[in-house]
Write a protein that binds this ligand. Sequence first.
Ligand SMILES: Cc1cc2nc3c(=O)[nH]c(=O)nc-3n(C[C@H](O)[C@H](O)[C@H](O)COP(=O)(O)OP(=O)(O)OC[C@H]3O[C@@H](n4cnc5c(N)ncnc54)[C@H](O)[C@@H]3O)c2cc1C
Length: 516
Amino acid sequence: MNLSGDFLVIGSGIAGLRAALSLAGAGEVIVLTKADPRESNTGYAQGGIAAALGPDDSPELHARDTIAAGDGLCEPAAVDVLVREGPRYVRELIEWGVAFDVDAEGRPALGREAAHSVRRVLHARDASGRELGRLLWSRVSTTPRIKVLDDALATQLLMSGGCCDGVAYVNTRGEQGLVRAGRTLLATGGAGQVFRETTNPAVATGDGLAMAARAGASIGDIEFVQFHPTALSVEGAPRFLLSEALRGEGARILNEAGEAFVARYEPAGDLASRDLVARAIVREVERTGSRVYLSMAHLDPDFIRRRFPTIAQACAHAGLDLTRDRIPVSPAAHYVMGGIDTDLDGRTSIPHLFAAGEVACTGVHGANRLASNSLLEGLVFGARAAEAMRGPIRAAALRHGEVVRHAPPQPEATQVPDEFAVRDLMWRDAGLLRARGSLERAVAQLERWAGAAEAARPARAGDHGFRRVGSLVTVGLLIARAALRREESRGGHFRTDFPALDDLHWKRHVSDVLTT
Ligand SMILES: Cc1cc2nc3c(=O)[nH]c(=O)nc-3n(C[C@H](O)[C@H](O)[C@H](O)COP(=O)(O)OP(=O)(O)OC[C@H]3O[C@@H](n4cnc5c(N)ncnc54)[C@H](O)[C@@H]3O)c2cc1C
């Protein structure tokens, strides 16, 4: 089926849905989404959404924490937009009826999370994303000028005269179609599935990043991937996230001997930032040869069950009692800080193409994201992109950084890998701990696989499995190349052969562009 509209939004997470609501005031909107519209990273968010609403908080304090977490690479202008406009958009959600938990006075109850200096996180128990998705979806699905096309996997941006004018898609029956629109927003979310161990759901394969890269868009800071320290680690069970909010409420990370070891590696202990805790866990596992655990056994069991019902249930499915048992945990890929370079209004380097949410890189997270800032990012920058899409087309005011150009992959007559091979390679060679040798190996292998995918693309246009692998290979190669290039350690990017921060050479953004 071919369609056309004024605005095309690809993705139905917080960024896409919030944008669609604004766009509906200015024209016909088509929302394309590859699975059920409620399936997204947004729906799995647990801890909540950060906003400077507390009596002891301010946008300045929120900015300070965000910039400290970003390890020298946050774009101050983007942070300023996030922390100043965030409270307004969060209040709007409250007016629309989002069911955040409230305190005894009926005000939003604010949670504490790692690396936040005050309580700042609005939440709906431990299923905040599900509640936000419910609210936004209930509005989108009843707004007359928004048409939602689900089971529609966007596969390729349509280009005309150097501008984007829509997208090609395919459904699970293999039927293909085109959607044409004057303005297109990529809100396709993250790419955690590029790694074998991830907290992200199956839809998070980085398709938007891959499509934009193949169309020649500038992709920035893509080496910066956040690895969450505490995913449930039980054989055969999904890597369910054990939210930072657990540690915010007093959970401890213990080794096999029952010792709280993180403070031995990091002075801030269990509440240090995610990358520091994740690496402390890896080091402790290497030192002891045994597993590590999260424990809440010293806390009030009724409070735990009330505050964290979803997590308690996920543990129960794995045969564990969150209130009593030590829960085995390990790090997993969680969030991609880099993405499609945009200005503060979502404009990309391709005219008529916008991006917002986890797929975009405004520079707001720098080299590492502060917990609970990404739902806020999707909300604020989704709304801002929509405002810009309603206005006249202008060139993007992208931040200045180095741009590295790469030739597109050349078709190769080798076999297209299965997805597990790609994810396993990325986890082993380009994951939490990186080094030149393993990254060089990864880049060489991914280049061959990218060539194989290029050769197979025309014949396998309608094949969903192939599309998935194609995205994983393209995004994996972008990440591995950028990680090999950055010879220092900063934020989520850690090189065992360059373990120190190197501001002199590397306090800068680098973007990659595939020549078309
Ligand atoms: C387990 C977990 C817990 C988290 N907890 C928090 C938290 O507490 N607080 C916080 O701030 N952040 C949290 N995050 C991160 C946060 O949820 C995401 O960064 C954020 O929701 C991203 O929103 P988005 O709108 O950019 O993308 P998403 O919510 O991921 O939505 C992307 C959409 O694009 C669609 N899509 C993708 N590819 C295609 C394609 N090719 N064609 C058509 N549609 C496509 C998907 O189906 C989906 O609908 C968490 C993430 C996870 C995984």
